[in-house]
Structures are given as C-alpha cells and as structure tokens.
Unconditional design. Structure first.
Length: 322
C-alpha cells in the first residue's frame, strides 16, 4: 500500500514542481492505509454544498459517533480551504483566544451496526483544486479497490413535509436510479466537487451513486431529522450496510409535534402546504400514469412480425380443415 503514497506524491508533488508549479500534495497523517481491507464501500459526506434540513451534517455526526473509527487520511486545509469564505471558529475566554477550531476533511474506516467495515470521506467540500483533489481521491479509490462510492446531499424544493421525502439519483447505477429516483430533470445546475468525482468514477467504470434528498423548502434552515433518516436509508440501500436510523426516527416525533403547534397559528403557511400537497399528489399520479403507459406501450416491429406470423399460420391451418 505504500506504493500509493509514493505514486501520489510523485505525481502531484515532484511532477508538477518540474513544470515550474508549487507542490500539490493534498493529504497527510496517513495511518494504517496499508491495512485496509480491499473491496470496501465508500460513503462521501461533504458539507458546504446545499444541505437542506441539515441532513448531511446530521448523518456525518451520526456515523462519526462511534468508538470503532480509524483516521486513514487527513487532507490539507491550507491547500483546499478558503478560510475567509468559511472562517474557522475561535473560542475567546474573556481575555485571550483559548482555542482555534479548524475544519477537517478526512478519510475514515469505521463499521456498521453488524461490524462490517466501510470507508467514510467526511468534512467540507474543497474550495480549491477540485481536479487535483478528485484525481488523488480516485487513485486512492482504485488502489483500495473500493467496491462502490455513494454520496449524499439535500436541496430545498417546494414539496410538503406531510409527504415522504423523495430523491433524485445520479451516477452509473441504473438499478438505484430506477428504484429511487422520483424526479429525473433535464437541466443545468451548479456543479459540486462530487459531480466532478462522479464523472471520473464513471470513466473508470467504478459504481457510483449520488442521492439528492428533496426537502421541503420551508424546512431548509431547520435541523430536520426526517431528512437525515432518509439519507441513512438511502446509504444503506446503496451499500448493503446495516445502519439504523432509529435515532432520527425518535427525534422525528418531537420535531413534527413542534411544527404542528406552529402551524396551528399560521393560516397562511397551512394554506401553502395544502396547495403543495395537491401539486405533489398530482405529480405522483402523473408519474404512475406515465409508468403504466410505458408498461403497455406499443410492441416493437419484431414483436408485431412474430404475432402476424402466428396469425397467418393459424388462418392457414383453419383453411385446410375446410
């Protein structure tokens, strides 16, 4: 496994230095990378992109809240992070700075509820050097023979919270797209570093799926446990890892109870929700109708030819009987 470090350092440090450019070594503090079991699934959770309902952040905290965790790689903030755009938090104790808390972007090895190991890339979305970051990450993925890469983020959309959270799935895993992608738009949208990674994974034929949670826009700034539970559910479906969302389901009841009390005194928002419900239900009905139409669409030319041949054969047999 040490070969991966030498390869990456040579490619991104010495190679670029020879071209008159500065060093591009993006990670450090490698611990036990050579001991990682090949063929593990990788989950990627990055904040800094749209995170409606604080879904990604909640799932990050949920997965990292374990004693069985090993930090394999830490990426370099000075190379990837724009401090002025996302200023680190400092603790001031009345007369001095007591602590300076920096962001972290790291690759971890941890285990699911049944003790099965998997990889988690967790932290902030890089502000700089997207191509070099994804190139180095792709080399790591290939060297570790990662079985699949699954990422998650959440966007606000005008849908009611009274209906189940839907998803849009991107990537090269058509089975997941067919099963879970409720909304399949053809549009231009701002890209993320994970979209760039998805393109490069597809070029290498590595299974990749990105789950975009479609969260009620009026709850986008809330810490919405329902969205986190859906995220855990989708990660489990994509990776076959056993990750119980029970924590979020328990928080869901309390959250919805508080929300219902707020709605009791807000007629305008209640009316908006009713309209959103009508639009949502109409959309779902149209989707189901379109699916049924696809299932009963016209037969192909070959199928028509086969049926015609059978029909003519039966007519010839009937004529002979006469």
């Amino acid at each position: 496994m040490l070969a991966i470090l030498g390869k990456l350092y040579a490619t991104f440090s010495v190679g670029n230095y020879d071209k008159g450019m500065s060093s591009y070594e993006l990670f450090h503090e490698v611990d036990g990378l050579h001991e990682v079991q090949p063929g593990l699934a990788m989950v990627v959770l990055l904040t800094g992109v749209t995170d409606a309902g604080n879904a990604v952040h909640q799932v990050q905290d949920f997965l990292l809240d374990t004693e069985e965790i090993k930090t394999l790689i830490s990426f370099d903030n000075d190379e990837l992070l724009d401090y002025r755009a996302r200023r680190p938090v400092m603790e001031f104790d009345g007369q001095r700075v007591a602590e300076f808390v920096q962001g972290e972007l790291s690759l971890f090895e941890l285990k699911d509820d049944l003790g099965h190991p998997f990889l988690l890339l967790s932290g902030y979305e890089p502000d700089f050097k997207w191509n070099r970051f994804t190139d180095q990450l792709l080399e790591i993925i290939k060297e570790l023979d990662v079985s699949s890469v699954t990422w998650l983020y959440a966007v606000p959309i005008p849908v009611p919270h009274t209906r189940p959270i839907s998803t849009t799935v991107s990537g090269n895993r058509e089975d997941l797209s067919d099963a879970f992608s409720v909304w399949k738009p053809h549009t231009n949208a701002p890209g993320t570093v994970l979209h760039l990674l998805e393109v490069k994974l597809a070029e290498e034929g590595i299974p990749a799926a990105g789950f975009i949670l479609l969260v009620s826009h009026y709850l986008a700034d809330s810490t919405y446990p329902v969205a986190a539970a859906k995220g855990v559910e989708m990660i489990s479906a994509a990776t076959q890892l056993i990750l119980s969302p029970e924590k979020f389901l328990e928080e869901e009841a309390t959250f919805l109870e508080k929300l219902d009390k707020q709605l009791e005194h807000n007629d305008e928002l209640r009316q908006i929700i009713v309209k959103l419900e009508d639009r949502h239900d109409e959309f779902v009905a149209n989707q189901e109708s379109a699916k049924k139409h696809e299932e009963t669409e016209l037969p192909t030319a070959d199928e028509l030819a086969d049926e015609l041949e059978k029909f003519l054969a039966s007519r010839r047999f009937g004529d002979q009987e006469k």
